[in-house]
Design a protein around this ligand. Structure first.
Ligand SMILES: [Zn+2]
Length: 119
């Protein structure tokens, strides 16, 4: 094994370590991106600037794992109230166009002035 051969393998090994090291370094960002984390940008910045420290790297990794996903939206604790149905809603109040008094919705004529009501 001559010197040039060993040097080439050293170069390949160094490049390989750089690639693998970069991949491990940005693993929290990759996880946050794949999970569509809500705070992906913050996780990425923490990973980028503090990832060289074990605490920053572990912090961004844990954050990426526990961060809420964008989709779907979290379900509300209490179920939303059902919209009122037409059958349970009170009858709409109609007013006579002649005298302004309230009349029944099914009335043909106003009970106050006898004005014919348009249905
Ligand atoms: Zn009337």
């Amino acid at each position: 094994m001559d010197h040039a051969y060993l040097g080439a393998w050293m170069m390949i090994a160094i490049i390989f370590m750089i690639v693998v090291g970069t991949a491990i370094y940005f693993l929290p960002s990759v996880i946050a991106y794949s999970r569509s984390a809500r705070n992906f940008l913050a996780i990425f910045l923490l990973n980028l600037f503090l990832g060289w420290s074990l605490v920053g790297w572990l912090g961004s990794l844990i954050w990426a794992l526990v961060d809420d996903k964008k989709e779907p939206a979290p379900a509300p604790f209490f179920p939303a109230p059902a919209p009122p149905t037409l059958t349970s809603a009170p009858a709409p109040i109609a007013y006579c166009p002649q005298c302004g008094q309230s009349v029944g919705p099914a009335d043909q004529f106003c009970s106050h002035c006898g004005h014919p009501l348009q249905q």
